[in-house]
Design a protein around this ligand. Structure first.
Ligand code: SF4
Ligand code: SF4
Length: 326
């Protein structure tokens, strides 16, 4: 008669060498021993105590295991975030001899970022695009751009009707220019589409991606009505001497292949009180960035005193990116 106590007898497989080696060894016992061994090995690697192994290799392996088992960034305590970026810095030094300073700065209190773009002032120089590529460590091989500049016919206000690939001297008479990027929507459909909760809106309004939790399914990209996201199909290539070494975990750190990325309002700069690289680089002053909660900020001035509009307002996504005219 089978009882819960002797039920395991039916698990025995006579063809299994592990079970035929010892009379008292069941598959369950074998698997149990195996898992205890793996756990012990894992624990040893986590603590760096693998007898007889090279200390440096142990150290690197421990960092890799800790990386592998880390939480989603959003669920980490600030202490865990700091430990994570410290680990990434050490791995970059060990593997690539890179001296990176990766930050985990939290949102600043009482700050909600907003952006405005002056379509009467932009002359299509693309200085913003170049600065963004450099600042955010974008892949040079595929010429990935977070920002796009469209050359527009008078009267058009939808960038999809403009020329996003112009290659001639600018500005051209009787044309105007519109920039696009991630608009950091207040009601962002991209974040709702993510099956792994790898992308979300931070309290300061910046929509971010935890690259290590992104599985590359691209649902978020399909959900974005503004072409705000970029997927890296190949390992990003950046000349070593052009790598921006001051980074943020949720921003311009060097991304692995197969991840979704996008503009982060230069989180590595703005959370330290600096302007995004594109705003700083624009020679015509077309770009305005600031704190929407500060009534004295330039962005609030623009929203109050200029003629402003947002893209596809009818969708209810509430982009925190406005276009305006002087
Ligand atoms: S512009 Fe697109 S990617 Fe950016 S927050 Fe809005 S929906 Fe998401
Ligand atoms: S590509 Fe990454 S961030 Fe986008 S939905 Fe898939 S897992 Fe989420």
């Amino acid at each position: 008669m089978r009882t819960p106590d002797n039920d395991h007898e039916n698990d025995k497989d006579p063809s299994c060498p592990a079970e035929s080696l010892s009379g008292d060894s069941s598959r369950r016992a074998f698997l149990k021993n195996l898992s205890i061994g793996a756990a012990a090995a894992g624990a040893a690697l986590m603590t760096g105590c693998v007898p007889g192994a090279d200390a440096a290799a142990n150290g690197e392996m421990r960092l890799r295991w800790q990386e592998f088992f880390k939480k989603n960034y959003r669920l980490m305590t600030q202490e865990e975030k700091d430990a994570t970026v410290d680990r990434l810095e050490r791995l970059a030094a060990l593997n690539d001899d890179l001296d990176l300073q990766i930050g985990s700065e939290p949102p600043l209190p009482k700050v909600l970022y907003g952006y405005a773009f002056n379509i009467t002032r932009c002359e299509g120089f693309m200085e913003c695009v170049t600065a963004c590529i450099k600042e955010n460590n974008l892949d040079r091989k595929t010429h990935t751009q977070y920002i796009r500049i469209f050359e527009m016919e008078p009267g058009q206000l939808d960038p999809s009707t403009g020329d996003g690939k112009f290659f001639h001297e600018v500005p051209v008479d009787n044309k105007f220019y519109m920039g696009t990027q991630c608009f950091h929507c207040e009601n962002a459909p991209c974040t709702k589409a993510c099956p792994t909760k790898a992308t979300w809106k931070e309290p300061d309004g910046i929509v971010v991606v935890d690259y290590d939790w992104c599985i590359g399914c691209r649902y978020c990209q399909a959900a974005c009505p503004y072409f705000g996201r970029r997927f890296n199909w190949g390992k990003p290539e950046i000349p070593r001497d052009e790598i921006t070494t001051k980074q943020h975990y949720l921003g311009n750190r060097l991304r692995p292949v197969g991840k979704m990325e996008k503009c982060t309002f230069c989180i590595q700069r703005t959370r330290k009180g600096r302007l995004p690289a594109c705003v700083e680089a624009c020679p015509t002053g077309s770009r305005v960035f600031g704190n929407l909660l500060d009534p004295d900020s330039e962005i609030r001035y623009v929203l109050k005193h200029k003629k402003v509009f947002r893209m596809k307002e009818e969708l209810g996504t509430e982009p925190k990116f406005w276009y305006f005219i002087d």
